[in-house]
Design a protein around this ligand. Structure first.
Ligand code: SF4
Length: 397
């Protein structure tokens, strides 16, 4: 998860009466422990998450029998589905059998959480939505700030406000939603106090890619921060996009299995209605602020992907990345960057599709950046890439 999403999610655990905190910031020790406890064949996100979890366990103040790691899982073609069982294996093999793993699955849109499922899933959804909104505000304002660091400190203030609101408000749905709306309104007003850009003249770069690596600044070497140093504004694909996608997959499978008129389908439909309602109320706070930067409906992304990777023949993030790249180009992006872990099959498939996509979209520069913790020329490569993006913007007029 992104930093803000992890903090907001930890606040949700507090709200339902459980102690929780995000793993401490990743650092060189994360990489050391990740390398020690993995074989080298795993994806980079597995290495980083295992490293972060083992870092928690090496703290002498931590009692392993009181620890549970939150590691969602998912159905699909990629290795993410193996993360939770793999983590279990690593823990057992290294004497941490007492550590629990909490692992809801996307197969049922993450509602397999026992008695706490309802408040947890709904509050968790709202927390992710709000964290995404704050991050979007930050990315829209930071490239244009007058005083360096202003946007970041406003963001931190808003995030603290969000977490406090989640922790101190009842999980009763109506009261919680109103409180979150108020928190988002305060956030909007704080960001509005920063001097607004007269024109958004920086080249807009769309960021797609593997969900962990694109959202986790440690894993992607703070690529967006470096891009901003080169005078870009980034539009980052958010985390809720994945939740909408898993919902849409539930319906696709129900349709395929001719089970659209079942209780299960009704449950999925109600859940989707509720989620849409929450999203509408929270996003509406920023209607003016996000003008021109509206997030698309998931079915619009899937339609954008259809000529290249139709969802019926491909699955998972590769479809979203290609579809979102098309959408972002249509919204005026001067370039697209795909952030992926080294050897990630999603990134590799997308890389094969991007040349055609670029040709179809007037030559927009699209580039994959792969990460495995050994990136050395990122800054130079971004400099070259930004030249291409600037030229494309000029050419397009
Ligand atoms: S998306 Fe890529 S990096 Fe992430 S788990 Fe799947 S294969 Fe690994």
């Amino acid at each position: 998860m992104a930093y803000g999403s992890a903090r907001a999610f930890a606040a949700v655990f507090h709200a339902i009466g459980l102690e929780a905190e995000p793993t401490p910031p990743s650092d060189h020790r994360t990489r050391e422990l990740g390398a020690r406890y993995t074989s080298g064949d795993e994806c980079y996100p597995a290495k980083v998450t295992v490293g972060d979890f083992m870092k928690v366990l090496e703290d002498p103040r931590v009692d392993p029998s009181r620890v549970a790691f939150f590691m969602p899982t998912a159905e699909g073609p990629c290795r993410f589905g193996q993360y939770a069982p793999y983590l279990r294996h690593v823990l057992d093999a290294n004497g941490f059998g007492a550590v629990q793993i909490l692992s809801p699955t996307s197969e049922n849109s993450y509602d397999g959480m026992g008695a706490l499922a309802k408040p947890f899933v709904r509050s968790g959804w709202r927390a992710l939505l709000c964290a995404d909104l704050l991050e979007k505000l930050l990315l829209m304002r930071r490239p244009y700030e007058q005083v360096r660091g202003d946007a970041e400190s406003v963001y931190e203030e808003c995030l603290a406000d969000l977490c406090r609101t989640i922790e101190t408000t009842t999980v009763e749905p109506g009261a919680q939603l109103s409180a979150l709306e108020q928190s988002m309104t305060r956030a909007r007003d704080r960001f509005r106090k920063l001097e607004a850009p007269r024109e958004r003249e920086h080249p807009l770069i769309g960021i797609v890619g593997e969900i962990f690596c694109r959202l986790n600044t440690f894993s992607n070497e703070n690529l967006i921060g470096s891009l901003e140093q080169y005078g870009a504004e980034a539009w980052l694909s958010d985390i809720v996009e994945w939740v909408w996608y898993t919902n849409s997959e539930v319906f696709r499978k129900l349709r395929l299995e001719r089970r659209l008129w079942t209780l299960e389908a009704l449950g999925a439909w109600v859940r989707q209605r509720v989620q849409r309602h929450d999203e509408h109320r929270l996003v509406d706070v920023f209607r003016d602020d996000f003008a021109g930067r509206e997030e698309p409906d998931i079915y619009e992304i899937l339609e954008c992907a259809r000529p290249y990777l139709p969802r019926e023949g491909a699955f998972g993030e590769m479809v979203l990345n290609v579809g979102k790249a098309v959408y972002l180009a249509k919204k005026g992006a001067a370039g697209i960057i795909d952030i992926s872990p080294f050897t990630c099959m999603n990134g590799i498939v997308c890389e094969a599709v991007y040349p055609k996509l670029s040709r179809d979209l007037g030559g927009i520069p699209i580039r994959n950046f792969y990460f495995d913790g050994t990136q050395s020329d990122l800054d130079r490569d971004l400099g070259v890439y930004m030249e291409l993006a600037r030229n494309h913007k000029k050419k397009r007029g």
